[in-house]
Design a protein around this ligand. Structure first.
Ligand SMILES: Cc1ncc(COP(=O)(O)O)c(C=O)c1O
Length: 592
């Protein structure tokens, strides 16, 4: 009985996991009882010893299940994998049932201590007793706590070194709700490659961008960025990272959408900043695709391939696409994948407009390693996440997960509405539309090759040709778009919104930067929602009738005829659904 040498899996379950000197399994059990001052000769001591012994064995069995599962999965067909899933689910319920049963003696022992009511009140409910059934909650539990109970001094010491991830220490660092969301976004973004990737959540999209730039950029590095990026990112990059008294990062911008345009920019940057590179500084690439505000796409895989060939790392803000339209980390050719993918959850992933959050997804080796293991200090966890404190609140994480359940349905309707709206506006002779949903858009080919199902991102801009209407009439038209289009700022909600980027989301850009970004003072950004597209068109026509016709007679009559609009909506609805259905592999592939 006593001659079983303790394995690593067993020692991990010991209260003395860092210092145990037990030479066999019985030794581990004795140590455990001794550590808590329990006499194994008592009736309850013998019962505890028996259970502890089996738990050590169970810990080893669980490790074996993990190892055999990893080996088996690649060989199992869908039926066998489903059976294995259900068998493991049942084992998990059995473990939880054992834990739940253990709560009875534990609670009774606690109650026998007969603490004074003032102590009972000050301590509050002993949460673990009643938290066990929460394992069976069908939605991830919203963990509203700053701190957590830990098992023993040696366990929590390992937790502080990132060697015991089951023990959360403090909700600014990790919370189970945030971890559930992080795991979920990796599944959504990385699909079959999820095991290679890891995510850290942040309190906003901007915090995620800042964390990524803060992680990669050093003093006097060079950042090559795409032209059209969110105004907040523009400000952060130029006015914080670029500020001489901060990191004095040199920022260079490329205006095209191709790898050639990006490459020319970093080659020119290498010449211009040769002195920096000679001092060991590095060039990094920052992309936003599809971009805010026009929804144009970059050739992300080609840019990544060339950047990696040149030894550069790439950051991609993929917020506007969501994983519905773009899954850059699932490219089979690893060189075509960005190194870091960022989403603002605040937008379409949450979808409600009621929760803020952001995330960075990258290869596990870039994101986390236990303290002390090779390269641990250069992982995002220890380099920025652990120390900066921009952590995602559990309630927000839960709201985002609930919202994400309807991502696909929302996005499909939004893409349909985008094609309808852009086509309808573009058919009017005085509207100029920048949207790659239009077949003759210079960015249409990239939309088709880059975005899933060939559908456009639900974001575009339009302006009325210069000199057609007065500024006052335009402003009245814009203000008259409510309630069909909400006067709000944050893209990615279920309702359609309009804004003037030059006055709002891109007001950080100076006049030259606005011109370079193709933004006029009267450019309207449409962030398209899920409404009935006919209500959206009706709202446009009505505001034009009220506000533009008096100044520019016949303006509204130049919109496409109503029966043409009916036919357009029907066609787009059917085509988009067909594109979505046709992109699915045949049934045969689902059973392989
Ligand atoms: C493309 C893009 N990235 C990032 C952000 C920042 O996200 P958050 O508002 O969650 O900080 C925004 C905000 O509008 C955005 O449009």
């Amino acid at each position: 009985m006593g001659d079983v040498a303790p394995t690593a899996a067993m020692v991990r379950l010991s209260p003395l996991r860092g210092t145990s000197g037990a030479g066999d399994l019985d030794g581990l059990v004795d140590e455990q009882l001794g550590h808590f001052g329990i006499d194994p000769g008592t009736v309850y001591g013998a019962a505890l010893a028996r259970m502890a012994r089996r738990l050590y064995e169970c810990g080893e069995d669980a490790d074996a299940v993990w190892v055999t599962t990893q080996k088996a999965l690649a060989q199992l067909d869908r039926a066998d994998a489903g059976a294995l899933f259900n068998a493991q689910k049942f084992l998990s319920f059995q473990c939880a049932k054992v834990l739940d049963t253990l709560m009875n003696p534990w609670r009774a022992t606690y109650q026998s201590l007969r603490m004074d009511a003032s102590s009972t009140s000050a301590k509050g409910p002993y949460a673990v007793f009643d938290n066990v059934p929460a394992i069976f909650s069908a939605s991830p539990v919203v963990v509203r706590t700053a701190t957590y109970s830990y098992a023993s001094a040696e366990w929590v010491r390992e937790a502080f070194c990132g060697k015991e991830l089951m023990l959360d220490i403090y909700s600014r660092l990790l919370s189970p709700t945030s971890v559930a969301l992080a795991n979920h976004i990796v599944d959504l973004e990385c699909g079959h490659l999820a095991a290679e990737y890891f995510a850290w959540n942040f309190s906003s999209g901007m915090a995620a961008i800042d964390a990524t730039l803060g992680h990669v950029l050093g003093y006097e590095d060079v950042l090559v960025r795409s032209l059209n990026i969110y105004g907040g990112a523009f400000q952060l990059i130029h006015q914080w990272y670029g500020k001489p008294s901060n990191l004095n990062v040199a920022v260079e911008t490329f205006s095209g959408h191709t790898a050639e345009s990006a490459r020319e920019c970093w080659e020119a940057a290498a010449t211009k900043h040769r002195d920096r590179l000679e001092r060991g500084r590095k060039i990094y690439v920052y992309l936003e695709s599809p971009c805010n505000p026009q929804g144009y796409c970059l050739d992300v895989p080609a840019i990544c391939r060339e950047a990696h060939a040149a030894g550069l790392r790439v950051v991609l803000d993929s917020t506007v696409a969501t994983p519905f339209l773009q899954q850059s980390l699932q490219r089979e050719d690893e060189r075509e994948r960005p190194d870091f993918v960022i989403h603002s959850y605040t937008k379409d992933i949450a979808g409600s407009g009621a929760a803020l959050g952001g995330v960075v997804i990258a290869r596990t080796a870039d994101m986390f390693a236990p303290k002390g293991s090779p390269g641990w200090e250069n992982t995002m966890f220890w380099n920025v996440y652990f120390v900066k404190g921009a952590f995602l609140d559990a309630q927000a994480a839960s709201d985002i997960m609930l919202g994400a359940k309807t991502l696909v349905m929302r996005m499909l309707q939004k893409c349909i509405n985008t094609i309808v709206l852009a086509t309808f506006l573009d058919a009017h002779p005085h509207f100029h539309v920048q949207c790659n949903a239009l077949p003759d858009s210079p960015n249409a080919a990239l939309r088709k090759s880059q975005l899933r199902f060939g559908l456009p991102a639900p974001l575009f801009t339009a302006h009325i040709a210069d000199g057609t209407v007065s500024r006052a009439a335009f402003t009245a038209f814009f203000d008259g778009l409510e309630p069909a289009f909400s006067h709000q700022i944050s893209l990615g909600q279920t309702n359609s919104i309009v804004s003037c980027p030059a006055l709002t989301t891109h007001s950080e850009l100076d006049n030259d930067s606005l011109d370079a970004a193709g933004l006029k003072r009267t450019t309207v950004r449409f962030a398209v929602g899920c409404e009935d597209p006919k209500d959206l068109l009706a709202g446009l026509i009505a505001s034009a009738q009220t506000n533009l016709d008096p100044a520019c007679p016949g303006f509204s009559a130049k919109f496409m005829p109503l029966d043409t609009a009916d036919a357009l909506i029907r066609r787009v609805y059917l085509d988009a659904h067909a594109a979505y259905a046709d992109a699915k592999p045949p049934m045969r592939a689902y059973l392989g």
